[in-house]
Design a protein around this ligand. Structure first.
Ligand code: DON
Length: 564
């Protein structure tokens, strides 16, 4: 290992950060084609339709997100939120539009605890008390008004049509509704749309959403006022409060998206541009890359590579648990966490021959105990980039639909740490930084990311709760290593998140000898029978003048990646 390498790489990274805004626009060639990869073929088609009508990647993003909100209700929607990472080719502006949900102003730190001070999972996961104030509608309005070329109404039109005329209930809609049928059944409005006689609809059943079509038309006609004020807002708040929620019309009126500077780091000769807080994704990804930067990772044996990945993941997720939260409310020590000396300190605690038990790291105590979201990637023919990860959190969100609005609400409040050290639905733990607070955004793992190398630009992301960050990491490593979009989405996955102290592996990710060797080093390897994630990648190979796109083979036939 070359001791000068990390320092040199840091200097390079600094230069790259300074260079990032200025040089982008000089990056001469334009992509020969446009690529869109999303979790649903109707959404990818709508995006291409908007591009063909003269829209740019940002208009296409509005169309894709809106259609996903109609046809993939288990994953995202107008009752949810998310992050849109954008890069505008004309001036190199790179920004993250933070359309994350916010806690209503009546939220309190202990609102999900019972009289004994224990977190009650159902309260932060089911019904309107679990829902943050939605950000997706404001996000789409913001994209259309500030970055798009077409009127919002035009980009929303495909979604409105699908809501009014219906879409056939698909394989993935069906696979995920199983987890939520009982809770959906408690919301008459949700049950009327998504259940048949109280049960999951059969595949192919037409799901028609006339209330949603009306609400989306109001958004198309009036912009934010069509959703965050007036009749829609009034009806939503009345429905939420009648069912035990705490939203007010003021909460809706006060909702704003925030433009945030993306997180930028360097790994080998690639610039990694990704989501800053209130996502933990960028900081965690940067921490892992910074740790790996100190080794000649690409030349190590597969066993050592896996060992280092696991140890880096463990440390990044520990920091996530302790330091990360909404930067508008807590001081996130980003500079410290991303400093190369900090990474060097983390590296110094890694033994090359032994696993570090998570409990051996200074950290937080956990109590014993214990998909869905969406991502799409777009590159248009001007070279504009969009990576968007959007969510209602668990499948079908809180499973509560505000009557007469068609809006299925998120349960993103479960992404807060309801009680220090008590794991959330994804087993993630946190402390004060991510405690519930009025007006605060819950910490996210969503990691929409751009990779910019000497010859290639890639747009990558995936759903998958706490595993999003490690999936993006592995996909990025494949791309940086020269792999194709298809290689990146197909790569078998491993994951460690500090607590629980175990490595999850997808089938085929590590062979039996590899598992035995890792166990010998002290790792607890817990092979999963199931796969996870739903990654969508678009790659622009500037040297070969080629655009390539791929959707995750784990949901074959549901997503669609198309270049045209
Ligand atoms: O923001 C987050 O980190 C979570 N709400 C994402 C949830 C998710 O990805 C579920 N998908 N499998």
């Amino acid at each position: 290992m070359n001791p000068t390498t990390p320092a040199l790489r840091y200097a390079f990274a600094l230069l790259a950060c300074l260079w990032i805004g200025s040089a982008w626009s000089n990056e001469a060639p334009k992509p020969p084609k446009a690529g869109i990869a999303s979790a649903n073929l109707l959404a990818t088609d709508a995006g291409h339709q908007i591009l063909a009508a003269g829209g740019n990647a940002f208009d296409a993003a509005v169309a894709v997100a809106a259609v996903l909100g109609v046809v993939e209700p288990e994953s995202s929607g107008f009752g949810g939120g998310g992050f849109f990472l954008l890069r505008r080719a004309s001036d190199g502006k790179t920004v993250m539009v933070d359309a994350r949900e916010k806690a209503p102003m009546a939220a309190t730190r202990d609102m999900y605890l019972d009289e004994n001070g224990e977190a009650v999972a159902g309260r932060s996961r089911n019904g309107p008390l679990a829902a943050g104030i939605p950000g997706q509608p404001a996000g789409l309005v913001h994209l259309a008004e500030n970055y798009g070329r077409l009127p919002l109404a035009q980009s929303l039109a495909p979604a409105i049509k699908l809501a009014a005329e219906g879409f056939p209930f698909g394989k993935k809609n069906h696979a995920l509704i199983g987890f939520r049928v009982d809770i959906l059944a408690q919301s008459p409005a949700a049950a009327a749309v998504f259940l048949r006689d109280g049960q999951a609809p059969e595949i192919g059943t037409m799901i028609v959403q006339p209330d949603l079509a009306r609400t989306l038309q109001a958004l198309a006609d009036q912009g934010n006022a069509g959703f965050y004020a007036g009749e829609v807002a009034k009806t939503m708040v009345a429905g939420v409060r009648a069912a035990g929620g705490i939203w007010t019309e003021q909460d809706l009126a006060d909702y704003r998206v925030v433009e945030r500077a993306p997180m930028v780091t360097q790994y080998q000769d690639y610039q990694v541009i990704t989501a800053p807080p209130p996502s933990s994704g960028g900081v965690a990804l940067a921490t892992i890359f910074n740790i790996l930067n100190g080794y000649e990772y690409e030349n190590l044996s597969p066993l050592l590579q896996n060992h280092l990945l696991i140890e880096a993941m463990r440390r990044a997720y520990r920091d996530r648990a302790i330091y990360l939260g909404d930067p508008d409310f807590v001081q996130v020590p980003t500079e410290m966490l991303l400093h190369p000396h900090y990474a060097a300190g983390l590296r110094a605690s890694i033994r090359l021959d032994r696993a570090t038990p998570s409990d051996a790291l200074p950290g937080i105590e956990t109590e014993p105990g214990g998909t869905d979201t969406t991502h799409f990637s777009i590159i248009d023919r001007d070279g504009n980039l969009v990576a968007a990860t959007l969510s209602v959190n668990l499948p079908y969100g809180s499973a509560f639909m505000a009557p007469d609005t068609g809006i299925l609400l998120n349960n993103e409040m479960d992404d807060f740490s309801a009680k220090a050290g008590t794991p959330n639905a994804y087993g993630l733990v946190g402390e004060d930084a991510n405690a519930v607070g009025p007006g605060k955004r819950p910490l996210s793992s969503m990691t929409p990311t751009f990779l910019v190398g000497p010859d290639r630009t890639a747009v990558i992301g995936t759903p998958g709760g706490s595993r999003i960050i490690t999936m993006v990491l592995l996909g990025a490593l494949t791309l940086i290593d020269g792999g194709s979009a298809a290689d990146a989405v197909a790569r078998p996955r491993i994951h460690h998140q500090y607590k629980p102290d175990a490595v999850s592996t997808e089938p085929g990710a590590i062979d039996a000898d590899g598992v035995a060797a890792l166990s010998e080093m002290g790792h607890v390897v817990s092979p999963n029978e199931r796969t996870w994630g739903n990654m969508h990648v678009v790659v622009w190979d500037r040297a070969d003048d080629r655009v390539d796109a791929a959707s995750d083979p784990r949901w074959e036939g549901v997503g669609k990646a198309e270049v045209k």
